[in-house]
Design a protein around this ligand. Structure first.
Ligand SMILES: Cc1cc2nc3c(=O)[nH]c(=O)nc-3n(C[C@H](O)[C@H](O)[C@H](O)COP(=O)(O)O)c2cc1C
Length: 175
């Protein structure tokens, strides 16, 4: 059933997209995603995050190679997306990872609103836990003391999928 509310519709229509056209997103689209990211709420308005936009296929390939070493049957953790936004945060921050999670979902919904596909990515974490951690931290311009929190791949989708099944049992009401 459709929504008349555009925000609710975007939430309903979003999917984790795992196939992208090679064509790059426009500068205007990227700016809109980053504006939305910066507009996200954070505990005490600390904004404990940093956003690194990577549109360099060589660097994405390098990160991918480091991650897939740890996985079986996975060849491209970025699914061919031309843009990946990495979010880093201060690991000592009480709310840093939650704030980063909120920001990444804000980006996902903004992408949906723009007609772009996206997929939130935790797997890059392997690249920041291994021997090349320092190298990638520098290459991705993470601020001093910050570590990888989460990433999101964005682009024009070539695939879609069914919505994940809802689990209403996960909700209780206390009245
Ligand atoms: C924190 C987080 C990390 C995720 N990491 C990955 C990932 O590394 N690779 C991937 O393909 N999907 C990843 N996902 C996407 C989930 O698999 C996806 O959200 C879930 O299967 C539900 O599907 P949907 O997003 O289409 O509703 C991640 C999602 C979240 C919230």
């Amino acid at each position: 059933m459709g929504n008349t509310n555009t925000v609710l519709q975007a939430i309903s229509d979003r999917r984790s997209i795992r196939g992208y056209k090679p064509e790059q997103i426009s500068g205007g689209e990227l700016s809109a995603l980053l504006k939305a990211a910066l507009e996200s709420p954070s505990a005490n308005n600390a904004q404990p995050w940093h956003f690194t936009v990577v549109q360099n296929p060589k660097l994405l390939d390098e990160i991918n190679a480091e991650v897939v070493k740890n996985l079986e049957g996975v060849s491209d953790i970025f699914y061919g997306a031309p843009t990946v936004i990495f979010i880093s945060s201060d690991p000592e921050s009480r709310w840093g990872r939650i704030d980063s999670g909120i920001a990444v979902q804000t980006i996902a919904l903004a992408a949906q609103g723009l007609g772009l596909g996206s997929v939130i990515l935790g797997l890059p974490d392997f690249a920041f836990a291994g021997d090349k951690r320092e190298h990638f931290t520098v290459a991705l311009k993470f601020p001093q003391g910050q570590t990888f929190a989460v990433a999101i791949a964005v682009g024009y989708p070539t695939t879609t999928k069914e919505a994940h099944p809802n689990e209403p049992d996960r909700i209780d009401h206390v009245i």
